[in-house]
Design a protein. Structure first.
Length: 279
């Protein structure tokens, strides 16, 4: 492959995207960037945003079509609360070789299977919001009816917006949701709190915000490009008896950041389990 050459995304048949909100739209944009034929894409969304409507019109992608060819892939990107009616509508389009993918938080393989024809290939995926800039992280788990070729299709679709990983034990998906699915919000909140701390230390709000944003983004990119683990990168910044060490003494106290992050991830995982139970 030539340097700088991007692979072209091709599918064995039509793709039906159900839900074109922020994550559905990010996925669609990633697929189009990789050269997926817009004529092979069909979108169902009763209330797309004006921006999404304009994007679909730009690429001549069918929105809420009255009829369409049988899809090879159906991707569910709706709110978990409307899973059952969404599955009822989708089931009409599912054939024996159709792959159904879901990015709904808390929607288990069992819940998906209950609303689809018998022996449907199903992949449950959990992407996160950096997918909007091609830097997402998606973890997937497949049911026993999903074959190797369908797993490859699922991986290619999600790699259009970032990195991917597979798990065998679906029970781990609640922890995945809590760490990477919800994780970007934790990082954004870190930038918020670092800004507020800077203001309390005497900086003007505009400067504090600029410093916090640039620091979080720069540290993230450094970690992305480095093969070193985070603890090693942290130690490289920390001089004995220096300013960073003084700050880390507070953050690494027994009731510090590790303790708080543990509580946060636990709460998110528990909520993911509740969503899976429909509560």
């Amino acid at each position: 492959m030539k340097p700088g050459h991007k692979p072209t995304l091709t599918l064995p048949g039509p793709l039906l995207l159900v839900g074109a909100g922020k994550m559905g739209g990010a996925l669609l944009n990633g697929w189009l960037r990789l050269g997926l034929d817009p004529a092979s894409v069909f979108v169902v969304d009763p209330q797309p945003s004006p921006e999404m409507k304009a994007e679909l019109d730009k690429h001549h992608i069918a929105l809420n079509p009255g009829s369409m060819p049988a899809p090879k892939v159906v991707l569910l990107a709706v709110k978990p609360q409307i899973l059952k009616p969404a599955l009822q509508a989708v089931a009409l389009h599912v054939e024996k070789d159709t792959l159904v993918m879901s990015i709904l938080a808390g929607a288990t393989l069992g819940a998906l299977d209950a609303g689809l024809p018998d022996r449907t290939a199903i992949v449950r995926a959990m992407p996160n919001t950096p997918a909007a800039v091609g830097r997402g992280m998606t973890v997937m788990v497949a049911n026993s009816d999903t074959g190797p070729e369908q797993k490859l299709i699922a991986r290619q679709l999600m790699e259009a917006v970032g990195e991917t990983a597979w798990i065998e034990n679906e029970d781990l998906m609640d922890a995945v949701t809590a760490v990477s699915g919800s994780g970007p919000a934790y990082v954004f909140y870190l930038a918020e709190t670092l800004t507020l701390a800077g203001v309390k230390a005497g900086l003007l709000p505009e400067l504090a915000a600029k410093l916090a944003r640039a620091t979080v983004c720069g540290a993230g990119e450094l970690m992305h490009l480095s093969d070193l683990p985070p603890d090693t990168l942290r130690k490289h910044v920390t001089s004995q008896g220096g300013t960073t060490a003084a700050a880390l003494e507070v953050l690494m106290a027994p009731d510090g950041l590790e303790w708080l992050m543990g509580r946060a991830v636990h709460a998110a995982a528990e909520r993911s389990r509740e969503l899976g139970r429909g509560t």
